[in-house]
Design a protein around this ligand. Structure first.
Ligand code: SAH
Length: 231
């Protein structure tokens, strides 16, 4: 039997092609980010443009637009979108900036940054995550991201200095090599604190006169580990 109205027998109403449900999902996603305090229009626009589902596998992709961290390969996690947005906002990236991210993970944070910056270097200690993230960057046509398999606690000396540095794994303190690779006038955003407790998200400004630290909020990230992983 055909349904004359052309509406699906069950489930929420969708447009003729089902496209409106995705548009609605994104609208709700952006609304959630705003309600969590994200204000910068450029950041909200970047979050709207990058499909978080492209960085997730299997059933997890269905939850891409929910504001929660989700599992990715190698026992790691893709961060919660509101945390990605707030960290990106705190980083205050400009279109001429060269950015370093430590902790590529799925590649989602790097993708969001790539729409705001001139160039993004992202380093990750799991080679498998690096190659998977590169494949997604290629598929999405994000050509200003360079993903490198390396221990990011040492930064990326060959590309230093950086205008902005973001660390998406928690260390006890801001790593010295990263502070050294930040340009004067630059900003670094990172979680600090012990891995099994709540950490503080901090914003560091490198001034002529020294470092200025600002505590933003509490967060929970996987630890920044030493050396390369086996996979
Ligand atoms: N930014 C990611 C989420 C990061 S999860 C995203 O958008 O999906 C933190 C990542 O940091 C993990 O993948 C972990 O393997 C990586 N990591 C931990 N210590 C590291 C180190 N010393 N160097 C590089 N990457 C590291």
């Amino acid at each position: 039997m055909t349904d004359a109205a052309g509406t699906p027998p069950n489930g929420p109403p969708t447009g003729p092609t089902g496209a409106s449900s995705r548009a609605e999902q994104i609208m709700r996603f952006i609304f959630t980010l705003r309600s969590k305090g994200v204000r910068d229009p450029a950041v909200l626009q970047a979050m709207e443009r990058i499909d978080r589902g492209a960085f997730l596998r299997g059933v997890f992709a269905e939850h891409a637009y929910e504001d929660m961290p989700l599992p990715i390969a190698c026992g790691q996690t893709i961060s919660q979108p509101s945390v990605v947005a707030l960290m990106t906002e705190a980083l205050a990236v400009g279109p001429r900036d060269k950015v370093l991210e430590v902790g590529t993970g799925s590649g989602y944070q790097a993708a969001v940054l790539s729409l705001l910056a001139r160039r993004v270097y992202t380093v990750e200690r799991h080679r498998r995550l690096v190659s998977e993230a590169r494949a997604v960057f290629d598929r999405l046509g994000l050509s200003n991201i360079t993903a490198i398999a390396a221990d990011g606690s040492f930064g990326l000396p060959e590309q230093a200095p950086f205008d902005r540095i973001i660390v998406t794994a928690a260390a006890e303190d801001a790593p010295g090599p990263l502070l050294a690779q930040l340009r004067t006038g630059g900003i670094m955003v990172l979680p600090v604190g012990q891995s099994d407790t709540v950490q503080s998200l901090i914003k560091v400004r490198k001034l002529e006169t020294g470092m200025e630290y600002e505590e933003l909020r509490t967060v929970r990230f996987v630890p920044l580990l030493e050396g390369m992983a086996r996979d």
